[in-house]
Design a protein around this ligand. Structure first.
Ligand SMILES: [Zn+2]
Length: 719
């Protein structure tokens, strides 16, 4: 599921691999869908803030009435909030949802601290989460152990006798580190290649083995291949970082410097061979079915039988290889480089991925490059927050149950379900009204829409961690145990029929996703909280915030990527040729519009509308659906969108203001550059201003006139 799932995810932009946690290769749970980490306490708060975490609520008093909403709506809605909320030093960005992140983490912290303190009297689940947390928090113990927890792995790498030994070492590393078995085009994908149990693209009812490109440590291939000054400077700092890490692991300066060059040479070779992130958006480009014999021919230096046995993979009907050229190029690299170079690369992979679990020197150096240099964070988040996030990543279902009990009342679930149904009804009406789509395609679109399964809050079934051994005095071991469990849990799906109950986000996650192969929309309990879902606010505020998110996820089933899957999750073209052409023209309008400069990130930095087209389409369509659903909800109460509430704003205005408020964000330039290079989501300012400038309903709300910035002459509309 990794490919389509990751790129079809809603993900509040700034959450994708943008947190300092993700950048220290700590995140990634089961799939390539990253755990979010909007993170952080009140601005300037003390390091141990959190116990007094407060939720933020939409407040019309924050609107900057000195500005013209028709000129720059994002500033109108967010300026005052942004001025009052500078980015805390341990954060790379700060948004109106950041308070919720802290609030969610504080709830998890309470559960973890209680389980950790009460060692004498607790059940098996609380032993695991409690000891996991205790081992992570034990900085003195971790410092005293130094490199010891990783030593057996480093020794094993040193003892390799020939390139034949690569295979089993790769399998070991895939078992050890979070997400280190998943492929992809990102920094935390596996050493060498990824393997996953993936729903077949042509037959979504079965799960097959998918081998994917992988192997990088920087955010994506562009970081190795671009030749502008800024990129060259980052690569130079990366070299210095690898060298320091090898020195910390006991090498001489000279040896460490040479080894750093070897790592960069190998990773650059892999980067050159990778399929780029825009090409990967079209699923037919990655849907390459092969026999195992063909896989073996691609890269004979890997003993594929031995690898599959080592990871306990069941037989697969066929094998999907996302990027055959990557595997061919990796074969050539294996042949071209001596064994000693591969030992260096594996040693780097082990040290780099283990760093957040190791002593202070390793952890700080890892932070300094991946979070500070690449993302702009000025200091580390407090330890407890990093440990809470790691526990959520590694034992998410055990923690998730407690979170749901404490923070997600049935009333929140019921009201969300009502909103989802109202928004689905709005899409049915929208499809019926489209002038450009033929009746035949409309009929199919409605079949797909009716086939969407709504998953709200938490899974029906929780994972059973009884086979995971967690100890109180070895953090790296705990991470490896949990990773191994999760890896083998996914691999065991190969050859079986698909499990529709699976979630790829934990319940406290502030995020949501559409899964094109399951045809499901998924809203974890973590996002069904203020300011996104707010039981204390009226429908206008809720449809503007979480309603737009719900609409966005539903539209993903019909964006440039999702529209290529049918109601059953099969990659099948259900469009007439002419309707497909009509769609592409409208999609091009969106991708052209969103290919634009990002002044905050420095000169020459541009968004790539081809990369963000799916998310942008979902934003534009999602808000339209949410507004239509609000209108019908008001109608049932005998009201209209243009009636005024007690605060003097019309419901229509409150809707748009609440939507913008839920995206108010400040981001450091470093993280902005990273987002623009790697993330399929647009920056928040565009997620508001571009969307409203395409929308006559917005212009009606604030009386905007042609010629003003929020009235686009060539407005785009897909849905
Ligand atoms: Zn999305």
């Amino acid at each position: 599921m990794s490919i389509s799932r990751s790129t079809a995810t809603f993900i509040l932009t700034l959450c994708v691999a943008l947190s300092t946690q993700a950048l220290s290769a700590q995140t990634r749970t089961a799939q390539t869908v990253p755990a979010t980490s909007t993170v952080a306490g009140a601005p300037g708060a003390a390091a141990d803030e959190g116990k007094a975490a407060k939720l933020e609520h939409f407040d019309p008093n924050l609107i900057d009435k000195s500005l013209d909403p028709c000129n720059d709506f994002y500033k109108y809605a967010c300026n005052k909030w942004i001025a009052a909320n500078p980015i805390p030093p341990d954060q790379v960005y700060w948004s109106s949802g950041s308070g919720l992140q802290l609030w969610n983490e504080s709830i998890l912290r309470g559960t973890l601290e209680a389980a950790s303190a009460n060692a004498a009297n607790r059940d098996a689940v609380h032993q695991k989460i409690g000891d996991y947390y205790a081992a992570c928090m034990d900085e003195n113990g971790i410092d005293a152990a130094g490199l010891k927890p990783l030593r057996p792995e480093l020794d094993r790498i040193s003892a390799m006798k020939s390139k034949k030994d690569l295979t089993l070492e790769i399998a070991r590393l895939h078992h050890m580190f979070p997400g280190a078995w998943l492929g992809g085009d990102n920094e935390s994908s596996a050493p060498f290649f990824g393997l996953n149990g993936q729903q077949d693209y042509d037959n979504a009812s079965i799960v097959v083995a998918q081998f994917d490109q992988a192997g990088l440590s920087l955010p994506n291939r562009d970081y190795y291949l671009k030749t502008d000054d800024k990129s060259k400077e980052v690569l130079k700092k990366y070299h210095a970082h690898i060298q320091k890490m090898f020195v910390l692991a006991g090498e001489s300066e000279a040896q460490a410097g040479a080894d750093a060059s070897t790592v960069i040479e190998i990773e650059t070779g892999l980067a050159q061979a990778q399929m780029d992130n825009v090409t990967r958006r079209d699923t037919k480009n990655i849907n390459n079915k092969m026999t195992l014999a063909q896989v073996k021919e691609l890269e004979p230096s890997i003993d594929w039988d031995a690898y599959l046995k080592a990871v306990k993979a069941p037989a697969s009907e066929h094998y999907i290889v996302t990027a055959p050229n990557f595997f061919r190029a990796e074969e050539k690299l294996i042949q071209d480089h001596p064994l000693e170079h591969w030992k260096v690369y594996l040693r780097w992979q082990a040290i780099h991925r283990a760093a957040p679990t190791l002593d202070k020197a390793m952890d700080e150096e890892n932070f300094d490059f991946f979070a500070h240099t690449l993302a702009g964070a000025e200091k580390q988040r407090p330890r407890w927050r990093r440990c809470v996030n790691a526990a959520d990543r590694d034992l998410g279902d055990a923690l998730g149950q407690a979170y749901v009990d404490k923070a997600f009342p049935p009333a929140s679930r019921d009201r969300t379900i009502q909103m989802v149904h109202a928004i689905e009804a709005a899409l049915t009406d929208d499809v019926a009204s489209l002038a450009w789509m033929s009746p035949a395609t409309k009929e199919q679109a409605v079949v797909k829409l009716k086939g969407i399964e709504d998953k709200i809050g938490y899974p029906k079934r929780w994972h059973d961690y009884s086979t995971v051994t967690i100890v109180r005095d070895n953090y790296l071991n705990n991470v490896a145990q949990a990773t191994s469990f999760e890896f083998e849990r996914w691999i065991a799906k190969i050859g079986k029929s698909v499990d529709r109950a699976e979630w790829t986000m934990t319940p406290p996650t502030i995020n949501a996703y559409y899964d094109p192969q399951l045809n499901t929309i998924n809203f974890p309990a973590g996002i069904l909280q203020p300011p996104f879902f707010d039981p204390s606010q009226d429908d206008a505020v809720n449809f503007g915030a979480i309603g737009m998110v719900i609409g966005h996820e539903i539209i993903h089933g019909f964006d440039d990527q999702g529209r290529k899957f049918d109601a059953h999750g099969n990659l099948r073209d259900w469009w007439t040729a002419d309707d497909g052409k009509q769609y592409d023209e409208r999609g091009k309008c969106i991708s052209d519009e969103y290919t634009q400069d990002v002044p905050d990130a420095g000169p020459g930095v541009k968004q790539n509308g081809l990369l963000t087209q799916g998310e942008d389409t979902a934003d534009n369509g999602g808000i339209r659906l949410a507004l239509a659903a609000l209108e019908s909800s008001l109608k049932q109460q005998g009201k209209t969108l243009d009636d005024k509430g007690s605060d003097g704003w019309t419901y229509r205005q409150r809707f748009f203001l609440s939507n913008a408020y839920s995206w108010c964000t400040s981001a450091r330039p470093e993280i902005t550059r990273l987002i623009v290079t790697t993330d399929p989501h647009s920056m928040p300012v565009f997620r508001i201003d571009n969307v409203v400038s395409n929308l006559s309903e917005f212009q009606q709300a604030f009386g905007c006139k042609a010629g003003q910035k929020m009235v686009r002459a060539n407005a785009c509309r897909v849905w």
